[in-house]
Design a protein around this ligand. Structure first.
Ligand code: PMV
Length: 340
């Protein structure tokens, strides 16, 4: 049996960090994806050139500890996903897993959720378990919480359901609008865990002030929903700039991110801000003309034009003995029961 599943990366338009403290966030799925291919094998063997993961071998049912080591971080999402899945469904079948991705790693674009969600979906499917999309999203969320120390669940929700959504505390509402966006990649990775710890440190030191900032971000996000629905890009840009000011005061910006934001605004962007955890990674800008890409380049970054509101988790193909390329789309199920 051979299964291929994929999930999208994401850009948080409004509300990162505040969403961890119960405020809403707006997030959109982008047209960059991670593909997981699973084939029958005795052990679990995982390789990925794109993620720089080579030759991980695990015996099904065997337990591992995740390490804090940065070079080990990507593998720790994989180990934890397998552990969480086995806690849920019992020992999984041996499988050769190959992962391909065109999402820049550890850059605020949800590369870990886009890995964990199709990995869980395809391994569960391969072991004959029919998990719903919501079950897959929740298992993915558990993996992120375990590896990062905290997670709002926004990344695994968008990696599972796709589209553009307003997310808060595990529940979400679809916003049926597309937002024009250019991403600027600083070329430097960011650690979600480190950024979350910095915000937590500031919260402990000045709880009233930081709580006020989180509430402010929440208010910006609520107003942004109206601006998106009215396709009012000027208002949206202004709200983005306000959100960025507050992210800056949470300590998650960096020289590279500030430089891309300043240069894209000078080039005529309607608004620009960090996307994701920050302290490295990416910014987003609302372009009103092509010069915004030039602005990002002048600011030292790599412009990535993206489509927003893209599809979520998909089982792309299942080859099972006689049956070939049995494509399954869209439905509520993240996988279906193995027939052979
Ligand atoms: O940088 P990313 O893709 O891991 O996004 C993190 C978003 C945060 O709000 C900082 C954390 C979360 O779990 O919502």
């Amino acid at each position: 049996m051979k299964i291929r599943a994929s999930s999208p990366g994401k850009a948080i338009l409004f509300g990162e960090h505040a969403v961890v403290y119960g405020e809403p966030a707006i997030v959109t799925a982008i047209d960059r994806r991670t593909y997981v291919e699973v084939e029958d094998s005795k052990n679990i063997e995982i390789t990925s050139e794109d993620l720089e993961v080579k030759g991980i071998r695990i015996r099904p049912g065997k337990r591992f500890e995740t390490k804090e080591d940065v070079s080990f971080r990507r593998a720790s999402y994989i180990f934890t996903a397998i552990k969480v899945l086995e806690d849920e469904i019992g020992k999984i079948n041996g499988a050769r897993v190959e992962i391909k991705s065109d999402i820049p790693i550890a850059s605020g674009l949800g590369s870990s959720a886009a890995l964990v969600v199709p990995l869980i979906a395809s391994l569960a499917f391969h072991s004959g378990h029919e998990l719903s999309k919501d079950e897959i999203r929740k298992l993915g969320w558990r993996v992120e919480e375990e590896v990062q120390g905290a997670s709002s669940g926004v990344d695994t929700t968008i990696a599972t359901f796709g589209g553009t959504i307003l997310y808060r505390r595990g529940s979400y509402k679809e916003i049926r609008c597309k937002v024009p966006l250019v991403i600027g990649f600083s070329g430097k990775g960011s650690s979600t865990k480190r950024a979350l710890e910095e915000v937590r440190r500031r919260m402990r030191k000045n709880p009233e002030i930081i709580r006020g900032i989180m509430r402010g971000i929440g208010q910006i996000t609520r107003k942004a929903v109206i601006a998106i629905r009215q396709n009012n890009l000027e208002d949206l840009g202004e709200l983005m700039n306000l959100n960025q000011g507050l992210l800056y005061s949470l300590g998650v910006s960096s020289r590279e991110l500030d430089s891309m934001i300043r240069c894209s605004l000078e080039a005529g962007a309607l608004g620009a801000k960090i996307t994701g955890a920050g302290m490295g990674g990416c910014v987003i800008a609302i372009p009103n003309r092509n010069e915004v890409r030039v602005g990002i380049r002048l600011g030292g970054g790599i412009p990535i034009p993206v489509r927003t509101g893209e599809r979520g988790l998909e089982i792309e193909s299942v080859e099972d003995r006689g049956k070939r390329n049995n494509k399954e789309e869209g439905g509520e199920r993240g996988g279906k029961r193995r027939s052979g």
